[in-house]
Each structure stands twice: as structure tokens, then as C-alpha cells.
Design a protein around this ligand. Structure first.
Ligand code: ATP
Ligand code: MG
Length: 630
């Protein structure tokens, strides 16, 4: 049941999911442990907006991620933890061990005063305790708000205050490649501005000698020693809050997306099993950080609810050398590997020896997420990592959607490079034109919306339902607006062309940033590109490209000419960049996405106010770019 193995199966399931969505999702939901089954599958109104799934259903997501696997698979590895330092041993945590650790952590949180419905901020590196803390919150019905352990004190304080967290879980530090980061110091600075926080639980990890604030801070190891490993799961309503997660902030003030227990569980599990075609016993690795939605849905909840073995990697792709990812795949015989285009593009710049040293023959499926993957990177990934033998799944989705929306099903959906391909069962995309009308048929482009609810969708923005409505349900009344532009080609395949706010209109033609960037990247000397529009007297807007090359160009003018020719050939002369600036880096968010709004300011020659840059990975690149502006 619910299993897709062929393209005909997909078409059949898709049809069923559109004609009878409630039957479709109710069938899927029967595959879980519920304390009480739902009374009604769905109630929705996109105008309010209000969406509820599995109404009246009672469950605890951790019983589905942990308890139910203990009967038959207690000794199966749930998490393979690969440390930052490759010379240290990996840890294999079985489902039984994970269950016990989660129960103890849950009891520790309770002992520190955490109750059902309370918000807990988790600011931890990618160590097993991060998984324990997240699942422990879910076990006792507390709402977790994980903040990526790379954010500044100000960003954390904003997020803690927005969610009104009473407890923070952190560590005395983190390893990141050859660096250490004193997380506790950052938390101390943040919490000064957070009146709601009464307790800080500190995992001793790097032994940084971090001081504890008496009355507020406690050591994880002291407190966990005092509690039992018996923690019955709290009974949750399907629509109770599971977590709050802030979007990565590529476009402005981050939004605290609210996800609920029942629908999110069903959706992440279904999309994980279906898209990756996960088979029992396989080893799966998603390289994201649990601080992002990708880590929530596809390191923890999706894989664990499916009884999978999921790799959790503490380190970074470039340290101690750019072969690290490939070494980890070899070491753990990874079958399904899921990463981001930003990582692929950066590793692509290293000599191929770093790949060739390792045995990657265990790989079956390669995934991509976070940004549109340009064709060059797609082919590199396919050829050098997949050896032409793996399915490439380019998964389009968002923090707001909870799980995959448009993605190929591995070995089932015929692939097209740079296309996210087709909607998953239950997902009903609609392409809208600027006039607000749906454009039907194929060979069309416009704004991507979704016209019917799916179980994994966010229910609101925490504390600001009006903003939720304004952002997602007002542009095209009655539809969920994704903020992304897309093309639907002659086969009905979707290609994401970038964020709508980033679309460049040259002489009346809409040009997607992703498409132009992909074309520039086709030049053999180019590794990565970001394009933005800037005002132009005649054309309305013109294209400004920021280009990173494998090596410093010898003759910049000549290379500019070649790049323009490449773009002309692939898209057409209309898309040719007027200005091409060679740079050594691009302003990226901590999740690796380009902040085009900063580049737009540079292109417009207005660098006095760049807006909020606190979520930038490396603020120094901005200075270089400003200095070299054309
Ligand atoms: P913010 O909403 O705060 O600006 P963000 O949109 O970067 O941040 P996420 O929810 O992490 O936060 O990212 C979702 C966005 O990432 C999508 O809307 C899309 O623009 C882009 N994206 C993700 N996956 C893909 C993909 N496979 N292809 C194309 N674009 C993708
Ligand atoms: Mg977004």
C-alpha cells in the first residue's frame, strides 16, 4: 500500500491523491501508531487561512520514531554519528539506545520545569545530544525551536524572544573544521536580553571552561544522572504544535514557521520513503544541519519514523580536505546521499583525486536541496559522484512546506537536469501570471502557487497569523504563494527559476536568476554566479553578474565576452549580462544561499544601507564586492 515502484504507479497514485485527497492521506496515515484515530481527515480554508489534518487524532511522534521500532529492530542503528575529526571513531546509536537517551533527556527537561506547550530553544552543534534534545521535547509535548549553532547572539535573542522560550539547551562549545566556537559565551550574551529564559542546560563538550551562572545554568551531565530512563510519551493532538523553526532569512526578517504533530509526521515519512525509495537496511545521509528544516524533516523525523539508519555529520565538507564527504560515504557505505548545490559547487573546484580516492559504489540515490541546481553542477554530481548509476533527485520545498513538494521519485521519474520534475502525490501546483490568473497547459511560466493543502504545511507564523496570511495567502487569494517562479515545460516538468522578487525584467522579458546563472556557469572557467537586475534607461532593467572563477582570469575583458556569448547561445542575447564583476566569494546565508538583495544594492550603486546582514556567513566578502563594483 502507498508504495510507488514504477512511473505508472506514480501516475495512478497522483491521480488518486487529486481526486480523493482525503482517502489518499487517510490510507497513508493508517501506517502509523496513533493513540486514537482521527475523526475527520481535513478541514481547510485558504482565505482565513486555516488548515487542519487528522482532526481529533491523538499520537506522539516519538512513539512512531522510536517505540514502534523496538519490537523488531531494537538493535538496528538509528543514527551513525560521524565526528568533526576524521581520526576519531564514528558512533553507532541503536534504536534501543536512542530511545533510552531520549527518555532520559525528556525527564531531565521535565525536572528543569519544562511542561507540555512550553517552548525550548536548542542551540547545539551536530552532536547526538542535539537529536536527543529535539526528540525529548517532542516526547513531553514541549515545542522545540532549534537555532543553528552559527547564529550570533542577536539572532538567537530575537528568536528566543519571538517564541518566548523558558529553557535553552546549549553546549560549552562546538568544533567546526579546525576551529572551535564558544557557544556558551554567545548564549550568555543572548540570554541577557531574554527575560523569558529561566534555565540554561549546558552540555560539556569541548571543555572550554565556560562559567555557569548560578541559579540559571546547570550541567547536562549532572542533571541527567538524576533522572530515570522511563518516560511515557505525552499524548498529543494531531494539531498540537510540534516545533517552531525560523526560515533561513534569505529575503528579510525570519519567520517562525509553526509545524504540528500529525500532518508533519505523515508527510515527512511519506515523502522520505517515496522520493528516495528508501529500502530497509539502507544507510542514508543528509548533510544539512538540524538547525534547518532539511535536518528536522530529513535527518530526524522522516528517516527515524521510517526506521532508517541516518548519518549525522558534525563536520564541514572542506575539512581536513575537500574529500571529506566522499570519505564518509566510503566509510559508512552510504546508499542515499542528500546535499546542497552550494556544497557540490564548492567541492567541484577541488581536483578529482579527492573523489577518486574513495569507493562510492554503495551509492544509489543522490539528492539536492536549497537552491536550483545548475546544469553543470548536476552533471558533475551525476558523473563523478553517481558514476552515471544513481538517480539524481532535485527536491524543491521550503521551511513552510515541511517536506518535499516537487521532486523526482528515484528510479521512477525520468530525469531532466536542473528540473525538480513533477509534483509528489497530494501536491497540486498552479502557475499564476502577473495578472493573478492561473495559466493552464504546458510550456508556460509564472509564479508558483499550491492550490490544495498537504499534511506537512506550516499552520501559521508563531505569534503573527496576519503575517502568515499576508505573506502566503494574499498575493493570489485562495492559493498558497511560494514566492518562487517556475517554468512548466512541454512535458509538464517544473523548473524553479528563482525567487519571484529576484526576477529581472529586461525589455519586457521575465528572466529567472537561476536560469541566467546556470548559463553563465556553463563557461568552463566559471564555478559559481549570482545575477541581479539594476535600473537601465532603455531596457528597464539590465543584468549584473557576480562571477567566481576557478582561477583569477588573465584577461577579464576577453572572458566577459566569452561569458556573454555563452549566455546568448544558451538562453538568448536578451539575457546577456551587461556588467560582469569577478569576485572571490558571494554573500551567503548560513544555510548557503545567496543573499541577492545585498548584490542588488551593490548593482544599483546604493551601498549605504544593506539591511540586516546578521545571518551572513562571511560579512567580509561584502566589502570586497563593494570595492570592486562596476
Ligand atoms: P527566507 O524565506 O527567510 O527568505 P529561505 O526561503 O531561504 O529563507 P528556506 O525555507 O530554507 O528559507 O528555503 C526555501 C527556498 O529555497 C525555496 O522557496 C526556494 O527558493 C529555494 N529552494 C529550495 N530547494 C530548491 C530546489 N530544489 N530548487 C530550487 N529552489 C529551491
Ligand atoms: Mg523562503
Amino acid at each position: 500500500m502507498n508504495v510507488i515502484r514504477t512511473f505508472e504507479d506514480y501516475q495512478h497514485h497522483y491521480q488518486k491523491s487529486i481526486e480523493h485527497p482525503e482517502n489518499f492521506w487517510s490510507d497513508v496515515a493508517h501506517g502509523f501508531t496513533w493513540r486514537k484515530k482521527w475523526d475527520k481527515v481535513l478541514e481547510w480554508d485558504f482565505n482565513k487561512p486555516s488548515v487542519k489534518w487528522f482532526i481529533g487524532g491523538k499520537l506522539n511522534i516519538t512513539e512512531n520514531c522510536l517505540d514502534r521500532h523496538l519490537t523488531n529492530h531494537a538493535n538496528r542503528t538509528a543514527i551513525i554519528w560521524e565526528p568533526n575529526n576524521p581520526d576519531e571513531d564514528a558512533r553507532h546509536i541503536t534504536y534501543q539506545q536512542l530511545f533510552e537517551e531520549v527518555c532520559k533527556t525528556a525527564n531531565m527537561l521535565k525536572a528543569q520545569g519544562v511542561k507540555k506547550g512550553d517552548r525550548v530553544c536548542i542551540y547545539l552543534p551536530m552532536i547526538p545530544e542535539l537529536a536527543y534534545a529535539v526528540l525529548a521535547c517532542a516526547r513531553i509535548g514541549a515545542v522545540h525551536s532549534v537555532v543553528f549553532a552559527g547564529f550570533s547572539a542577536k539572532s538567537i535573542a530575537d528568536r528566543i524572544n519571538d517564541a518566548g522560550c523558558n529553557v535553552v539547551v546549549t553546549s560549552d562549545g562546538a568544533y567546526r573544521g579546525d576551529k572551535t566556537i564558544n557557544l556558551k559565551k554567545i548564549i550568555d550574551e543572548a540570554v541577557q536580553h531574554c527575560p523569558s529564559v529561566s534555565k540554561v542546560i549546558v552540555k560539556e563538550y569541548i571543555k572550554s571552561g565556560a562559567p555557569l551562572t548560578p541559579g540559571r545554568d546547570v550541567w547536562w551531565h549532572d542533571e541527567i544522572a538524576k533522572v530515570s530512563a522511563d518516560c511515557p510519551a505525552e499524548e498529543m493532538d494531531a494539531e498540537d504544535l510540534l516545533f517552531i523553526l525560523y526560515t533561513s532569512g534569505s529575503t528579510g526578517k525570519p519567520k517562525g514557521m509553526v509545524h504540528t504533530c500529525g500532518g508533519y509526521m505523515v508527510y515527512t515519512n511519506y515523502t522520505f520513503r517515496t522520493t528516495f525509495q528508501y529500502q530497509e537496511g539502507q544507510v542514508y545521509w543528509c548533510t544539512a544541519d538540524i538547525g534547518w528544516v532539511t535536518g528536522h524533516s530529513y535527518i530526524l523525523y522522516g528517516p527515524l519514523s521510517a526506521g532508517a539508519t541516518t548519518v549525522m555529520f558534525e563536520g564541514v565538507p572542506s575539512w581536513p580536505n575537500p574529500g571529506r564527504f566522499w570519505q564518509v560515504i566510503d566509510r559508512h557505505k552510504v546508499n542515499i546521499f542528500y546535499t546542497a548545490p552550494t556544497a557540490i559547487r564548492s567541492l567541484q573546484q577541488a581536483p578529482l583525486e579527492f573523489v577518486e580516492k574513495y569507493d562510492l559504489s554503495s551509492l544509489r540515490v543522490l539528492g539536492s536541496v536549497g537552491e536550483p541546481i545548475n546544469e553543470e553542477a548536476w552533471h558533475w554530481y551525476d558523473k563523478n559522484i553517481g558514476k552515471g548509476q544513481c538517480a539524481i533527485v532535485d527536491t524543491w520545498w521550503q521551511t513552510e512546506t515541511g517536506g518535499f513538494m516537487i521532486a523526482p521519485i528515484a528510479r521512477v521519474t525520468p530525469l531532466k537536469p536542473a528540473y525538480a520534475t513533477l509534483p509528489l502525490p497530494g501536491v497540486q501546483p498552479a502557475v499564476m501570471n502577473e495578472g493573478g490568473l492561473e495559466v493552464n497547459g504546458n510550456n508556460v511560466e509564472g509564479r508558483l502557487t499550491i492550490k490544495f493543502p498537504w499534511p506537512g504545511m506550516a499552520r501559521t507564523i508563531y505569534g503573527d497569523h496576519q503575517r502568515f496570511k499576508d505573506t502566503y495567502f494574499s498575493t493570489f487569494p485562495g492559493k498558497y504563494f511560494t514566492g518562487d517562479g517556475c517554468k512548466r515545460d512541454e512535458d509538464g516538468y517544473y523548473r524553479i527559476t528563482g525567487r519571484v522578487d529576484d526576477i529581472i525584467i529586461v525589455s519586457g522579458h521575465n528572466l529567472g536568476t537561476a536560469e541566467i546563472e546556470s548559463a553563465v556557469d556553463e563557461h568552463p572557467l566559471v564555478t559559481e554566479t549570482a545575477v541581479v537586475g539594476y535600473p537601465h534607461d532603455i531596457k528597464g532593467q539590465a543584468v549584473y553578474a557576480f562571477v567566481i572563477c576557478y582561477e583569477k582570469p588573465k584577461d577579464e575583458e576577453k572572458l566577459r565576452g566569452e561569458i556573454r556569448d555563452t549566455v546568448s547561445r544558451i538562453i538568448g542575447p536578451i539575457a546577456k549580462p551587461d556588467k560582469i564583476q569577478f569576485v572571490s566569494g558571494l554573500p551567503k546565508t548560513r544555510s548557503g544561499k545567496i543573499m541577492r538583495r545585498i548584490l542588488r544594492k551593490v548593482a544599483e550603486g546604493d551601498v549605504s544601507n544593506l539591511g540586516d546582514t546578521t545571518t551572513l556567513l562571511d560579512p567580509a566578502v561584502v566589502d570586497e564586492i563593494k570595492a570592486g563594483a562596476l
